[in-house]
Design a protein around this ligand. Sequence first.
Ligand code: FAD
Length: 307
Amino acid sequence: MAKQYDVVVIGAGPGGMTAALYASRANLSVLMLDRGIYGGQMNNTAEIENYPGFSSILGPDLGQKMYDGATQFGAEYAYGNVTQVRNQGALKEVITDEDTYLAKAIVIATGADHKKLGVDGEETYSGRGVSYCAVCDGAFFKNRELVVVGGGDSAIEEGLYLTQLASKVTVIHRRDQLRAQQIIQKRAFANDKMNFVWNAQVEAIEGDDMKVTGVKYRDKETGEEHVVPASGAFIYVGVNPLTSAFTDLGILDEAGWVPTDELMATRVPGIFAIGDVRAKNLRQITTAVGEGGQAGQSVFNYIQSLN
Ligand code: FAD
């Protein structure tokens, strides 16, 4: 028979672990499910310098501390790749590759995945110069030369952010014009630290075995290869929400993100969403954690309202 909980939290990143902490501390029975190791994206982060309370902490260490906190009031943790959630009204069915669980409420905290370029050196130098988050990693590159790959809003906004830290930012874009909003483009073209390489296909991230030294691209018009020297390559070619398990619930927007109200409630009563998977602006540990606290409280109020 399927095991039943008050709440099943899907995803044990910072958002999910905080929701589990709040819900279990409010005396609810809680199961956290994750298809990887708890900690989420923090496991891929070397140093975190913008989480309050720590001037600097390694991502996996912060993950462990959050896990210890999340489980201290009885929240359980189990491995599980969630493939579907069925809304049966007062009870929700959570289906993994191996098990089915029942819960009065669900918190979706599955995060998002940055699209990769898929070129040589990208994986090798990930965390050693290759980054997908300027707010997270920009400060490690003060007064250095950087490359931003992409031409949409994120690429240009984050490129502008990086100009406050870097000595020079070169945007490498595969087309001959940007896709970013006009106002952002205007700011970018007016910024003398921003440079642009057009019609260029990135071929490789180059390095000296320890860290990034440059980005190699092919000029799509001439076919010539060039290298832009850089200490960091920030890649903004898209972000995917991890929501394929929730498509049947009718809670996703056109791009697959989960919109919620300020109590983290989705369109379906009893289903909440937090962290990077939400339709929102700033995807960070602090925001995931804040939303996790709110969701824990909202779940408590929702379950009270059922009685
Ligand atoms: P995540 O951390 O993404 O966790 C989601 C969890 O859900 C994962 O463990 C995943 O395995 C699990 N999951 C997904 N789908 C399923 C499924 N179907 N079934 C079961 N489990 C599932 N933020 C900062 O604030 N500061 C930084 O310095 C910083 N640096 C970063 C560096 C890198 C390289 C990256 C990639 C991100 C960085 N971030 C940083 C961003 C930060 O890590 C995220 O904003 C944050 O982790 C989001 O938390 P979350 O709980 O929403 O989701």
